[in-house]
Design a protein around this ligand. Sequence first.
Ligand code: NAP
Ligand code: SF4
Length: 670
Amino acid sequence: MPAYPRLFQALQVGPLKLKNRIVMGSMHTRLEATPEGSARAAAFYAERARGGAALIITGGYSPDAAGLLEADAGALDHPAKLAEHRVVTDAVHAAGGLVCLQILHAGRYAKHDGLVGASDLPSPINRRKPRALATFEVEQTIASFAACAALAREAGYDGVEVMGSEGYLISQFTALRTNNRSDQFGGSLANRLRFPLDIVRATRARVGPDFLVLFRMSALDLVEGGLNADETLQLARALEAAGVDVLDTGIGWHEARVPTIAYMVPRAAWRDATARIKSAVSIPVMATNRINTPELAEELLAQGVADLVSLARPLLADAAFARKAELGRADEINTCIACNQACLDFLFRNKVASCLVNPRACNETFYPKVRALHAKRVAVVGAGAAGLACALAAFERGHRVTLYEAQNHIGGQLNLAKQVPGKEFAETLRYFRAHLAKSSIQLKTGQRVSADELAQGGYDAVVLASGVRARLPDISGISHPKVLRYDEVLSGAKVPGASVAIIGAGGIGFDVAEFLSAPKGGGGIVEFLAAWGVDPQGMGDGGLVAPKEESSPRAIVMLQRKSTPPGKSLGATSGWAIRMQLARRGIPVLGGVAYQRIDDAGLHILHEGRPKLLAVDHVILCAGQESVNELHGELAAKGIAAVLIGGAERAEEIDALRAMEQGMRVAYAL
Ligand code: NAP
Ligand code: SF4
């Protein structure tokens, strides 16, 4: 009996037979904006096809110039572009996969000056004002979607997905929030649904019955003025009648003030919204968002929530997710931890997407899976994020690796990060443990290796990934018993009292505040939906209700010396939600403070020029880190040039993202 019988059951969708239920969901990568875009995209998607995904949906391509997400985004609006797409479709087919093009018109989310919308109402997340499409232009746009689908067919795609969710142009037509038109595309619900339905009918008419047409509909808008559950189900039924083969589900507009995929969203949080759609139609329905393990995917299928699962970020994190699950090797899956740090946050910074736990993602052509010409004996010192990434990549390149770790267990700072509610670094550690166990890497834990031992080891290369230690700021009373370090708190070695002041409002300060303020018994789907004001039945306007009040079990105040807005170092796509969550729990952040002393009374500060006593039980230090790299000098004295990586090389702004990327890069350079 296979481990996941439903996940690996074939399914007929429209004209295609899918070999299993795993679909790679659409994910913008920005690869198309790079000089070698087609080759990189071909390598990226082909690796996922070889990894066993039944169907791949590309990132969004616009059907016309106005619909481009940004000026250099991809479009399929002219036969001249067919050749670049054929590179991708040929590569996926050669790898045994199927691939659909997603057609996405950005509408008022477009980051260029020619943006258009259902109306001229600007989005709160875009400073540009859209021009309302005239009625004849709406008809032209419908025709452009259909023409794009016909071109996709010519380019060798097996189908198209019409992007009708997340607040892009189609959502902007369906919702009163953004549609104040007075023609046949505005006003009544029937009129507002006309745009997506006409697109589907026109597309079907152009591509015929034997070409897969998926539609990604908004299962929950999560914005005021969005559709409610009844209206959403009317749309689902109408889309089926119009000729859609599969309904994919999207959750929340990009301007929603509810996190939909970030780490604080519980796994499968949106299952009920998907299940409602499944119960309303007879075509296959696809579940999405925060489904990152085969167990969970199997459970959703078994419980009838959906017929297919859409995995986008999880296949960025591990191209072979499906193959490993099918072979009963799920422990080897590199799990997406929903951090957004290298996928969405990179896109926000106009960089090509990648993945924190898998820096090869979107860089497959630069880091091919081939063995090094000369196998070397390599010592890696430190089994934290940087050392683990380096040791495993070096082993996979054919080197003989010894990995030293002073602690009795691997993980370094990841062991602390995994304590923060929602942060799934425990999965990353399980992945490394599974691979270390199946590799011939010699893991030597519980021993602090000396320079002498390394010198005697006869290694061809020594990599020092010895990490960081907490910085102890120069404040009078820093040794007072009230003072705790962040590592002591997150590890559980010390339990702070009912009132705390946190020194430092960087990433770790926020982590500690989340750890200490999480309500007891929280963390489940019900509590998450209530805290963020999501109606479990979806009946509110846009699926929203008033959020339930939350309070912290401790009185917490966060402090920083800077006067700049706190939490600026947090990622663009999760930071706002972290700040909102802590603000809702009543946790203030005081900026522009000067620390005077710590004594029995508490922490004495100067704030806005006035002395203030924070009479707290404990003061928690989250004031950054310093490198641990003494071995480097000792080895240099013996004539051994070791390579420093991760926090051992540079402690400022060290995080798992930089550590793992550098670890892999150095392993490839050995
Ligand atoms: P960090 O982000 O650099 O923050 C250090 C904090 O300590 C700052 O608020 C700084 O603010 C304060 N500080 C620095 N020197 C100090 C001193 N001598 N005395 C008192 N305060 C001092 O470092 P981190 O919080 O340790 O995080 C390490 C890295 O991990 C960062 O790159 C961070 O972005 C990343 N990380 C990210 C996340 C996330 O995105 N969710 C979570 C955890 C960690 P002032 O100088 O203004 O006082
Ligand atoms: Fe998942 Fe983080 Fe990788 Fe994005 S960067 S795919 S969220 S693990």
